[in-house]
Design a protein around this ligand. Structure first.
Ligand code: PMP
Length: 460
C-alpha cells in the first residue's frame, strides 16, 4: 500500500521533491521547475515580512501578487474566517439563495464605491470578474435591443487575466505564447504610455487610438472599453491626468460601456479606495478581486452602475451566469473584516502618505545610478526602469536580462520584487508592498535595492 504522505512530517527537501513531481505551477517554466523544484517555500508571514521553511525572512515588496494589502499574519482575518466557517462556511447564491456576509459585504462595497455603482455580482477572482463584465455588457446591449454591440476594446500592454475572454483582452505577449485560444471581437488600442508616457500632457489626443477603433469598427458594434486605471503587470503605467476622463467622455459620446479593471488598483493600492477615484471617473463596471480580502480568501466581483442594474432587472428569464463560489460566505466575512481593519487603521491614508517616502527613495536611486530612470509611484503602486543609457533610452541588450538580474540580486538579499520585461527594450522593477508598511521599512527596502543595483552594475 502506498504510504500516506499527507499527514507525515516532511523535510523541506522532501516537500520540494513532491512539488517537482506533482505540482504544475502557474506562470512558471515547467521544464526548469521539473528539474530544479520550487524557488522558495513560504511558511509564515507577519506584516511586510514572509519566512521560508528554512527560517529566512524576506520583505514582501510586491504584496505577493499585488494582493496582500493588509500584510501577512493578520490574526483578526483568521478569526473572522474561523467564526464564519464554524457557523456556515459556505452557501450557494444561485436560485435566490443567500447568506448574511455576502449581503452585508454587498452593502459595504456599494457604500465605498464611487458614484452609482450600486450593486455587486460576486466571482472568485479577477479573470472571472472581467469575463463577467464582458458578458454583462453584451447582455445589457441585448436587452437594450442592440445585440450587435459585442466588441470589446482593451489596451495594448494590458493584463486582465487568463480565462479565455480575459486572456484575449490581455495583450502582454507572454500570455499568448503557449495557447492560441482567443475569443473573437476583441481589439487593442495603443494606450497612453505609447503617446504620452509618464504624464506627458502635451499629447492632446490621449484617447485618439481608442477613437480610431470606434470610428473604424462602428460604435454600433462595440459593447465596452476595458482598462486598468493604472496598468499593473504591464509595468505600472500611471496615466496622465485627463486620460481616464477622456476615455469616459468618449464612451459617453458613442454609447459604449466603460469597464475599469481595478483588480490591482482597488482597495487602497493607489492611495484612494479605488483607482478610478484618482481621476473622478465612475466606470459602468468596476471589477475587483485581490485586495478585497488582502488575499486571505478567494473573492472577486463586479460593481455595476444603477442604469445597468435597472435594465438587467427588467429581464424576465434567468441570468444564467455565476460561479459556485459567488458570494462565498467565509470569503465575504473575511472581506468585511479586511475592510473594517483598513478603515480602523487608516490603511488607505497610510498608502497615500508612504507614496512620497517611496518616491524619495526612487529619486535617491536615480541620482546614484546612471541606469535608473522613469521612477513613478501612485500610492504604493510603483516602478522604475533600467536602461544602459537613460538619456538616450538605450536599452540593455536582451541577453543582459537586466530586470531579472536585479530581481535575483534583491532575492539573494531577502527582498521580493517584481521584475518586468516589456518587449525588447524595457526593464522594469515594480514595487508594491503591503499598505501597512512604514517609513523605516520603506527605507530598509530601498537600501536593499540600492545594494542590489550596485551588485548588478559590477556584473556588467
Ligand atoms: N486584472 C488585473 C489588472 C490583474 O492584475 C489580475 C491579476 N494579476 C487579473 C485581472 C486576474 O486576476 P486573477 O488572477 O484573480 O484571475
Amino acid at each position: 500500500m502506498a504510504e500516506n504522505l499527507s499527514t507525515k512530517q516532511l523535510s523541506v527537501q522532501e516537500l520540494a521533491e513532491l512539488d517537482k513531481k506533482y505540482f504544475l505551477h502557474p506562470t512558471t517554466a515547467p521544464k526548469v521547475h521539473a528539474e530544479q523544484g520550487p524557488k522558495i517555500m513560504f511558511s509564515e508571514g507577519k506584516g511586510i515580512y514572509v519566512k521560508d521553511m528554512d527560517g529566512n525572512s524576506y520583505i514582501d515588496g510586491v504584496s505577493m501578487l499585488w494582493n496582500v494589502n493588509l500584510g501577512h499574519g493578520q490574526k483578526e482575518l483568521a478569526e473572522a474566517a474561523k467564526e464564519q466557517m464554524e457557523k456556515l462556511a459556505y452557501s450557494s447564491s444561485f436560485i435566490g439563495y443567500s447568506n448574511e456576509p455576502a449581503v452585508r459585504l454587498a452593502e459595504k462595497l456599494v457604500s465605498l464605491a464611487p458614484g452609482d455603482l450600486n450593486s455587486v455580482f460576486y466571482t472568485s477572482g479577477g479573470s472571472e470578474s472581467n469575463d463577467t463584465a464582458f458578458k454583462l455588457a453584451r447582455f445589457y446591449w441585448e436587452l437594450k435591443g442592440q445585440p450587435k454591440k459585442r466588441k470589446i476594446i482593451a489596451l495594448e500592454n494590458a493584463y486582465h487575466g487568463v480565462t479565455i475572454a480575459a486572456q484575449t483582452a490581455t495583450s502582454i505577449p507572454n500570455f499568448h505564447t503557449f495557447s492560441s485560444s482567443n475569443i473573437s471581437d476583441v481589439f487593442h488600442a495603443k494606450p497612453h504610455l505609447t503617446n504620452c508616457e509618464l504624464g506627458d500632457k502635451s499629447d492632446p489626443n490621449y484617447e485618439g487610438c481608442i477613437r480610431d477603433i470606434v470610428e473604424k469598427e462602428g460604435a454600433d458594434s462595440i459593447a465596452a472599453v476595458i482598462m486598468e486605471p493604472v496598468q499593473g503587470s504591464g509595468g505600472v503605467y500611471i496615466p496622465p491626468d485627463g486620460y481616464l476622463q477622456a476615455v469616459r467622455k468618449l464612451c459617453d459620446e458613442f454609447g459604449i460601456l466603460f469597464i475599469a479593471d481595478e483588480v490591482i488598483t482597488g482597495f487602497g493600492r493607489t492611495g484612494l479606495m479605488f483607482g478610478s477615484e484618482n481621476w473622478d471617473v465612475v466606470p459602468d463596471f468596476l471589477c475587483f478581486a485581490k485586495g478585497v480580502t488582502s488575499g486571505y480568501a478567494q473573492l472577486g466581483g463586479v460593481l455595476i452602475r444603477q442604469h445597468i442594474r435597472d435594465t438587467i432587472v427588467q429581464y424576465e428569464g434567468v441570468l444564467s451566469h455565476g460561479f459556485t463560489y459567488s458570494g462565498h460566505a467565509t470569503a465575504c466575512a473575511v472581506a468585511l473584516k479586511n475592510i473594517e481593519l483598513m478603515e480602523r487603521d487608516n490603511i488607505v491614508v497610510n498608502a497615500k502618505n508612504m507614496e512620497q517616502v517611496l518616491a524619495d527613495g526612487f529619486e535617491y536611486l536615480k541620482g546614484k545610478y546612471d541606469i535608473v530612470t522613469k521612477t513613478r509611484a501612485i500610492g504604493l503602486l510603483s516602478a522604475f526602469e533600467l536602461y544602459e543609457d537613460p538619456t538616450t533610452e538605450k536599452p540593455f541588450d536582451v541577453s543582459v536580462m537586466a530586470a531579472a538580474k536585479v530581481g535575483e540580486e534583491c532575492f539573494s538579499r531577502k527582498l521580493l520584487i517584481r521584475p518586468i520585461r516589456v518587449g525588447e527594450g524595457k526593464n522594469i522593477i515594480a514595487i508594491a508592498p503591503p499598505l501597512v508598511i512604514n517609513k523605516q521599512e520603506i527605507e530598509q527596502l530601498i537600501a536593499i535595492i540600492d545594494d542590489s543595483i550596485s551588485a548588478f552594475k559590477k556584473t556588467l
